[in-house]
Design a protein around this ligand. Structure first.
Ligand SMILES: CC(C)(COP(=O)(O)OP(=O)(O)OC[C@H]1O[C@@H](n2cnc3c(N)ncnc32)[C@H](O)[C@@H]1OP(=O)(O)O)[C@@H](O)C(=O)NCCC(=O)NCCS
Length: 139
């Protein structure tokens, strides 16, 4: 992601989440050494993104989203695989709403395992978070 992408990324974020990060918050990500945001571009338009923080050998997957019409075409999988190919870490952790079957299905199919539940973690609406982890480089 570059500065010029932040407006489109924030618009996708707003379309997908009840408590979205603002454009300013995405711009701030560009200044944090631990933060990486990758965008998916089609015909010059940003149609999706993934944001992670890499701290002490662990990736925290904060957010991944695609415009509604871009979903179900393998692009979510491609974004995660691209991020994994560009980052070096021992594991990747994430939280996901327990009702988000598509995202959970994607994470499972990429090798993420369910490791816990955070009761009432999300608001608007209140919902539990499933904690998922993927380990890299283990036999
Ligand atoms: C979640 C999201 C990023 C997934 O991206 P996507 O491009 O739609 O997903 P893909 O097409 O790459 O699907 C990959 C896999 O997810 C799984 N999947 C897809 N749709 C599913 C569904 N309805 N139920 C269960 N699993 C599903 C499948 O394993 C699929 O692989 P396959 O088609 O090869 O079998 C996208 O749907 C999105 O932007 N959703 C709104 C934002 C969001 O919820 N983000 C996650 C926050 S934690």
């Amino acid at each position: 992601m570059v500065l010029a992408d932040c407006e489109a990324v924030a618009a996708i974020e707003k379309e997908c989440f009840s408590q979205p990060w603002s454009r300013q918050e995405f711009e701030n990500q560009l200044t944090l050494s631990m933060a990486r945001t990758y965008v998916c571009d089609e015909d010059g338009q940003v149609i999706g993104f993934i944001n992670v923080w890499v701290v002490a050998g662990e990736i925290n997957l904060n957010n991944i989203a695609l415009t509604e019409k871009s979903r179900g075409r393998g692009l979510g999988r491609a974004l995660i695989e691209y991020m994994e190919n560009n980052e070096q870490a021992e594991r990747c952790n994430l939280e996901v709403r327990v009702s988000n079957e598509r995202a959970i299905g994607l994470y499972r199919s990429l090798g993420f395992e369910e490791v816990g539940l955070r009761k009432g973690f999300y608001s608007e609406p209140t919902e539990d978070a499933l904690l998922m982890t993927k380990r890299y480089g283990e036999t």
